[in-house]
Write a protein that binds this ligand. Structure first.
Ligand SMILES: [Zn+2]
Length: 327
């Protein structure tokens, strides 16, 4: 079955593992590559340009570079790889592009950004990133930035809302047609987004906190608010965000399906999508790559979803949000 994955961190690893060639067609060191995406029947893959946290470059023995340079570089890694493999994959900036690529027998690659820190409190930077092709931005990663506060075990930080700039910034993102992504954001920030957004917003890679207690996941109230806004959340395959015991570093398709069942029972069938976090998680999941996605379809069947419902979870809900909020 076709699927759209709202989040992976593959670009950074493709670059870190092989700064010279960084080929994304057949790259056994990364969890996903174009070859396995094709095998798994991917319709579209969102490739996040994740801004490496402090120390990441040093850890990989690569000279650190500025956010601006890194964004330009990571973007070119995606564009170059997609151009090189034009026979199977093309860039997409709208729902229409995804449909056109599909009609032409191609998968789609979508550029997204993880961590809005590079926006630096300036609307013109949001416009610049939009013009560069970015169609979604996670407002924060796990630290404060110009948009607001991250998810946190400290209740004070967790309750912090968006900054004044953050409020202005998300209005502008929606006006432009760039998805506002609340994954990693504080609860206070989430509620500001829910109040301010006039178009659907997304949680590209977040699970249900009632099933997996990690504070990165969404509460039932948040799932309902997201559903009411017409948005979608992506099932994340990171064992730490799936298991009841957050220290357990293995997970299977059944626990992902358990989250899906809960999310749909709470928010309805239209709010659930996929955001694997491939190449961004530690530990071992039964599904470690794109070509194993059919296992998720089977697991969803096992918890009572019909074929039509699984299609919604796999790609139709995300397509709807792209149609409604991306241009
Ligand atoms: Zn993330």
């Amino acid at each position: 079955m076709k699927y759209i994955d709202m989040h992976c961190d593959t670009v950074m690893l493709a670059y870190f593992f092989d700064p010279e060639h960084h080929d994304m067609y057949d790259q056994p060191k990364t969890m996903i590559d174009f070859k396995r995406m094709q095998k798994g029947d991917a319709l579209a893959q969102c490739f996040a340009v994740f801004l490496p946290p402090e120390g990441a470059f040093e850890m990989m023995h690569i000279d650190p570079i500025s956010d601006e340079d890194y964004i330009a570089l990571a973007r070119s890694v995606i564009l170059e790889n997609v151009a090189k493999h034009d026979d199977i994959i093309r860039m997409a900036y709208t729902a229409e592009d995804i449909e056109k690529n599909m009609a032409d027998g191609r998968m789609s690659a979508v550029l997204t950004m993880e961590d809005g820190r590079a926006v630096q409190g300036k609307l013109e930077n949001i416009k610049r990133f939009y013009d560069m092709g970015f169609r979604a931005c996670s407002l924060t990663w796990n630290a404060h930035n110009c948009f607001g506060a991250p998810n946190s075990l400290d209740p004070e930080i967790m309750n912090e809302g968006l900054t004044d700039f953050g409020k202005e910034g998300i209005r502008y993102m929606q006006e432009l047609g760039m998805l506002v992504d609340v994954s990693h954001l504080s609860d206070g920030g989430f509620w500001d987004v829910a109040e301010i957004c006039t178009k659907p917003f997304v949680a590209t890679h977040s699970n249900a906190r009632a099933v997996g207690p990690h504070q990165r996941n969404l509460t039932d109230d948040q799932i309902r608010a997201l559903a009411k806004a017409g948005g979608v959340m992506g099932l994340n395959f990171y064992p730490m965000f799936l298991n009841e015991d957050m220290n357990k570093d293995t997970a299977d398709a059944a626990i992902i399906a358990k989250h899906a069942r809960h999310i749909v029972d709470v928010g309805g069938i239209d709010v659930c999508g996929i955001g694997t976090d491939f190449d961004g998680f530690e530990g071992k999941n039964e599904i470690m790559s794109s070509d194993q996605m059919p296992r998720l379809a089977d697991a969803l069947k096992d918890v009572g979803f019909t074929e039509a419902e699984i299609e919604k979870i796999f790609y139709r809900n995300v397509m709807r949000v792209f149609r409604d909020a991306v241009k």
